[in-house]
Design a protein around this ligand. Structure first.
Ligand code: OGA
Ligand code: MN
Length: 294
């Protein structure tokens, strides 16, 4: 196993070579990878031709799988293309067509174009995400990652003290509202209830590395005890700071890439591609966090 940091002078993003995930990974190698995810926050493997079963087996080496449920999508389970252990972040329907422009599932998935941390809107948010590229777009469709540890370190003293004990409300309702998708009118009252906001701290510490970071996400719509409008001004400013170029790695997908990121430590977003024409088949498995944070 060979480890190649993306940048010699930073501990953000590394490439791992010399492993074939389809052959199965030893416990000692998975322990090493786990440490690398904690250290680098984004870990990239190239040329991993794997089946869904192999991806799931590999994922389970790092913890419990988080199943996408009725609180993470507007899609009916009978319309799912993939097994219940995977999140389908492709633009492909069960009958192998691309989604129409006005399909609610497509519109909902556009939320991935906003900077976010996976499942920050769940009581126990996601730990790692593993995304496998089965078909890539010819143009566009890069995924960008922003390092929330570096963003925290570069805050001034005053900002650090303001956010020290801040608690934020996260919900898919808030992120979709940013796009103009109003879940209140699109969903029934019962469906809407699944998306009630949850509380998360704005500052986190990673137990293994003891590094502090800003736990940001477009799912945030309110700071506890603040007006919603004041909250949005404050959070938008922090977002701007935290997603400056110097904190961002741009991943240009090649077929059979597998990228693991640590949702505790980074935000990510996918960029535009011609999604009503081109196929982009991306399959995600997700590791559940270990505990409620609040
Ligand atoms: C995700 C996601 C990014 C992408 O899988 O969580 O946000 O590149 N997708 O499709
Ligand atoms: Mn995501």
């Amino acid at each position: 196993m060979k480890i190649i940091p993306n940048n010699k002078n930073s501990d953000f993003v590394c490439f791992i070579e010399g492993l074939d995930i389809s052959e199965g990974i030893s416990l000692s190698d998975s322990n090493k990878i786990d440490k690398l995810i904690n250290k680098y926050a984004v870990v990239v493997f190239r040329d991993q031709l794997i089946t869904d079963e192999q991806q799931i087996e590999f994922t389970e080496l790092f913890g419990k799988i988080e199943k996408p449920g009725n609180n993470s999508s507007v899609q009916k389970s009978t319309d799912r293309r993939l097994t219940s252990k995977m999140a389908d972040v492709s633009n492909i329907t069960k009958s192998s067509t691309v989604y129409d422009r006005n399909d609610p599932t497509r519109i909902f998935n556009l939320g991935n174009r906003l900077w976010h941390s996976d499942s920050s809107f769940k009581k126990i948010p996601a730990k790692y995400s593993l995304l496998s590229a089965r078909t890539v777009a010819k143009k566009g469709g890069n995924t960008e990652f922003a390092d929330m540890r570096a963003a925290y370190d570069k805050l001034d003293k005053n900002s650090k003290s303001i956010i020290k004990d801040m608690v934020c409300e996260h919900s898919l309702i808030y992120s979709r509202q940013r796009l103009g998708f109003d879940m209140k009118t699109e969903l029934s009252d019962r469906e809407y209830k699944n998306f009630s906001p949850v509380l998360q701290p704005l500052v986190r510490i990673i137990p293994m590395t003891k590094r502090k970071l800003i736990y940001l996400s477009s799912h945030i719509g309110k700071i506890r005890g603040w007006l919603r409008e004041d909250s949005m001004c404050f959070i938008n400013d922090l977002m701007e700071h935290a997603t400056a170029k110097k904190f961002v790695y741009i991943h240009k997908w090649k077929i059979n890439d597998l990228v693991i990121w640590d949702n505790r430590q980074v935000m990510h977003r996918v960029r535009h591609f011609d999604d009503t024409k081109e196929y982009r088949d991306m399959r995600r498995t997700t590791i559940l966090g270990e505990e409620k944070l609040i």
